[in-house]
Design a protein around this ligand. Structure first.
Ligand code: CMX
Length: 133
C-alpha cells in the first residue's frame, strides 16, 4: 500500500513559536508555509529526507486542530502514509470495514489528495493517507 511516511503532523499553537526549534536548533530544512483552507490550518513544512514534519496551527476555533490543542495541548496529531492511488486505497479500506472519516479524498497541502481514518479504528493514531499532487 505505501512505501513512505509522507509526513507527521504536529499540532502547535503558533508556527512562529514552534518553528525556530526545528529550523534553528535542530537545523532542519524549512520548506515554507501554506494555508489549507479546507482543513482550517496553516502548515509549516520541515524536510526530513523524502518525508516531512508538518507543524499545524489552527486558523479557526472550529478547526480540528484547535479542538485537539484544547483537549491535549501541543503534540503529535497524525501520521500520513503516501499511496499511489487514494481512491483505490479508500475503497479497499472501506471494503475491509475500516472506519473512515473521509469516504472520498479532500484537498491537502501541495495540491495533494488526502483522507483520514478514524483513530478509534487505528489503535488511537489519527491516520491519513495521502496522494501527492
Ligand atoms: N489522535 C488520536 N486520537 C484523537 C485525535 C488525534 N489527533 N483527535 C481526536 N482523537 C480521539 C479523541 O481523544 C477522542 O477519544 P475519546 O472518545 O477516547 O476521548 C475521539 O478521538 C473523539 O475525539 P473528539 O475530541 O471528540 O473530536 P471529534 O470526534 O469531534 O473529532 C476527529 C476527532 C479525529 C474525527 C477529527 O479531528 C477529524 O475529523 N480529523 C481529521 C481532519 C483533521 O484532523 N484535519 C487537521 C489536519 C489537516 C492537515 O494535515 O492538512
Amino acid at each position: 500500500m505505501t512505501k513512505l511516511i509522507n509526513h507527521i503532523g504536529i499540532a502547535v499553537k503558533s508556527l512562529e513559536t514552534a518553528l525556530p526549534f526545528y529550523r534553528d536548533v535542530l537545523g532542519m530544512p524549512f520548506e515554507g508555509t501554506e494555508e489549507v483552507a479546507e482543513q482550517k490550518v496553516r502548515v509549516a513544512f520541515i524536510g526530513v529526507g523524502e518525508s516531512r514534519i508538518e507543524l499545524l496551527e489552527p486558523t479557526s476555533p472550529d478547526s480540528p486542530v484547535a479542538k485537539f490543542l484544547e483537549k491535549n495541548g501541543e503534540g503529535v496529531h497524525h501520521i500520513a502514509y503516501q499511496v499511489d492511488d487514494i481512491v483505490e486505497t479508500l475503497s479497499r479500506l472501506k471494503a475491509s470495514g475500516v472506519r473512515l472519516i473521509d469516504e472520498s479524498p479532500r484537498h491537502g497541502a501541495h495540491h495533494s489528495l488526502i483522507a483520514f481514518l478514524h483513530p478509534k479504528a487505528t489503535g488511537g493514531v489519527l491516520t491519513e493517507i495521502c496522494q501527492p499532487g
